[in-house]
Design a protein around this ligand. Sequence first.
Ligand code: OAD
Length: 238
Amino acid sequence: MLSKLRLNSKVVILTGAGVSAESGLSTFRENNGLWESHKVEDVATPEAFSCNPDLVHKFYNLRRSQLSQVIPNKAHFFLSKVTHQMPNAWLVTQNVDDLHQRAGSKRLLQMHGSLLEKRCIACNAISDVNVDLSVESQCHSCGCSGVLRPNIVWFGEEPFHLRKIHFLLSQCDFFISIGTSGAVYPAAGFAGLAASNGAHTVELNLVPSDVSSVFAEKYYGAATEVVPEYFTDIVDFE
Ligand code: OAD
């Protein structure tokens, strides 16, 4: 079933690491992906941070430093145009890079947090990261040392903005998933939720995701190609 997108359609677009792959950032689960060279339980859980904060800081400091070597690609810029020209389009990203922001996207929710933010586990203050984090880093709000963590959602923690995202999923006409494997919940369940609320669901990915059977419409290829092709009739990219 094909369904026609209109400029005023209510749209939720979910993005994953595949959108940033052509900018040069590694995905997680493909060959040479981040979870091939690192164990999730060593670097991406609250327990890992308690046991070995140095290793966790090193992992995220390195990923943050890579951001200065990459730039947004055509898919990020096209999605930014979508958010500018479609007043009811929201971008929900699992990505912790800043490439959607640098492309100028509006109405963006980073459900897994941001590499460019730190959070104090003593006072909960969130602030920008300007230098590498370490166990010695001091919170500027409460003055405590050894309490700063990356403002990233780790396994076992609740993603950010879930209430807002569930509201958007409950009333959207279209749900479009781009560049994500569908391996991690709750994001992997969004398509099913949106479909059960009557939304038309679309998957744009390099290969079928783990949840591809849920989608009504599917296009496979690189994000820099399939994203412009999918939106070409509705959004002006000049
Ligand atoms: P994955 O690495 O699981 O999946 C990336 C997906 O992008 C795969 O399905 C690829 O086929 C696809 N892909 C690769 N290159 C592409 C391209 N050029 N164009 C389009 N698609 C492409 O990454 P995510 O699904 O984002 O969470 O992973 C979800 C979450 O798992 C991440 O946010 C992270 C991770 O563990 C946390 O760390 C909490």
